[in-house]
Design a protein around this ligand. Structure first.
Ligand code: BG6
Length: 476
């Protein structure tokens, strides 16, 4: 690959989310959010899936998001580390309940606005472009308890009011916006994805697709508002990406993989093309789903995004015989274990070519610029006798994926940038662990929340600095 594979001005950087890094969960007037209710331990999963209702905190549980890595107080130090690596872009999210503690207030919390103004100003001071997600797995708990979260159409008003507040308050500081992080995760992890909990015997699919419709309407309206507030704003959708491979060339397996891909891509089909795909009519009929729509919704959905962003950790695999027993949700979305790819310690497949395949499929389907806003390896890091972390495994993962992204660019795909996930160690979304680390910067904190929170540079820090300085040409 030549030095010119990555275009001039390519946005290299890293990504965090408010709920996994900030902490300060009730500071500065912030309200409780869904993610604050997710404990560490065996009950985390049923709560995340909406099977176990958790509307109040318990004294006997540990909640990793409450302090996280204390980014709320340490962001200046952290942004300086990113600047040292040469970051051109930094992705984070705004905690909705920091701006609207309950979610249905008319006026925002001034302390929340001040915090994010300071954060984005600090990025700009270092020449770093903020890339901001409006909703990364957090909904104010009051909206869950009072309105049933995204089941209710009222959420469209609350969200668009919040979005307009952000576009106005941070105008001139933020240009790149994402509406919902990994919007398709609503189907796979409904409480953490969208604040949904279910009553026994309820048609879960009905609830999920109704909530989906509300999010899609809210996303399209937010896109419209962003463009009205400032035509220079660039708004993206965000997919938990990774194509499904058919287990074999048996036609039934190929069909199963196509259906699984459609389930996830449905969201992006609407956000990037502006209408429900034709096949949804049959799907809804067969699942007994009736999505309530209002007059004018079709026109609203035609406000499509400017670019398509996505996360990529692994490809997936499906067969006609796939079931609860032979599949696993190691990577949140259920998949068969592909024997042709290796796996991380947490069972997530490692498949760089799958990234090129996914990017080509997405560009063929949407013809909008792509932005790879999450990619990385969750691994255990052990400091050596001198305290150094020689994370060659992470360097190798990132190198292979950057090479695959370069190939996709050489295939002719316009790509805006790349933000590696968890550029600083943070709380894992799936398990709540700190020991599942993604960072180029190490944070001294363990799964139970003990540690000094001190930051230190890993070997990958120096490697990534070189990658950025050479615009992706030097990956050694
Ligand atoms: C994505 C999320 O699903 O994957 C992040 O957008 C998450 O919030 C990341 O942290 C990695 O998953 P995990 O469970 O290893 O943290």
């Amino acid at each position: 690959m030549s030095a010119s594979t990555f275009p001039a001005g390519f946005l290299w950087g890293g990504a965090l989310a408010a709920n996994q890094s900030e902490g300060g969960y009730l500071e500065g007037g912030k309200g409780l959010a869904t993610v604050d209710m997710l404990p560490l331990g065996p009950e985390r999963l049923p709560v995340k899936l909406g099977q176990q209702k958790r509307f109040t905190l318990r004294d006997d549980e540990f909640y990793p998001s409450h302090q996280a890595i204390d980014f709320y107080h340490r962001y200046k130090e952290d942004i300086a580390l990113m600047a040292e690596m040469g970051f051109r872009v930094f992705r984070t999210s705004i905690a909705w309940s920091r701006l609207f503690p309950q979610g249905d207030e008319l006026s925002p919390n001034a302390q929340g606005i001040a915090f994010y103004r300071d954060l984005f100003t600090e990025c700009r001071r270092h020449g770093i472009e903020p890339l901001v997600t409006l909703c990364h797995f957090d909904v104010p708990m009051h909206l869950v308890i009072e309105y049933g979260s995204w089941r209710s159409r009222k959420m469209v008003d609350f969200f668009t009011h919040y979005a307009r507040t952000c576009f106005t308050a941070f105008d001139g500081l933020v240009k790149y916006w994402l509406t919902f992080n990994e919007i398709n995760i609503l189907l796979h992890s409904p409480f953490s994805g969208a604040g949904l909990v279910f009553a026994e015997g309820e048609n879960v699919e009905q609830v999920k697709y109704q909530a989906t419709h509300h999010e899609l309407i809210a996303s399209a309206l937010a896109t419209k508002i962003a463009h009205e507030v400032n035509p220079a704003n660039q708004v993206g959708c965000m997919l938990a990406g990774g194509n499904f491979y058919p287990w074999s060339c048996k036609p039934e397996d190929v069909w199963a993989a196509l259906e699984k891909d459609r389930e996830n891509l449905f969201f992006i089909d609407v956000q990037a093309r502006g209408a429900y795909p034709a096949w949804t009519a049959r799907l809804f009929r067969e699942k007994g789903i009736q999505v309530a729509m209002e007059e004018g919704d079709d026109a609203i959905l035609r406000h499509t995004v400017d670019f398509v962003s996505f996360s990529y950790y692994a490809s997936r695999c499906a067969s006609a015989e796939m079931n609860e027993q032979n599949s696993s949700a190691a990577n949140v979305v259920k998949s068969l274990a592909n024997p042709h790819v290796s796996r991380s310690e947490w069972g997530w497949g490692i498949d760089p070519l799958g990234l090129r395949i996914t990017m080509n499929m997405m560009y063929d389907r949407y013809q909008k610029p792509l932005f790879l806003v999450e990619n990385g390896l969750g691994a255990r890091d052990e400091p050596d006798a001198n305290g150094a972390i020689n994370d060659d495994y992470r360097i190798s993962y990132l190198r292979e994926h950057i090479l695959a992204m370069g190939e996709a660019i050489a295939d002719g795909i316009p790509v805006i940038g790349y933000t590696t996930w968890g550029c600083i160690d943070l709380v894992a979304a799936s398990t709540g662990e700190m020991s599942k680390r993604y960072g180029l910067v190490y944070v001294d904190r363990d799964d139970q929340g003990k540690g000094s929170l001190a930051r230190s540079r890993k070997k990958s820090f120096w490697w990534y600095k070189k990658v950025i300085a050479s615009n992706g040409a030097d990956l050694d």
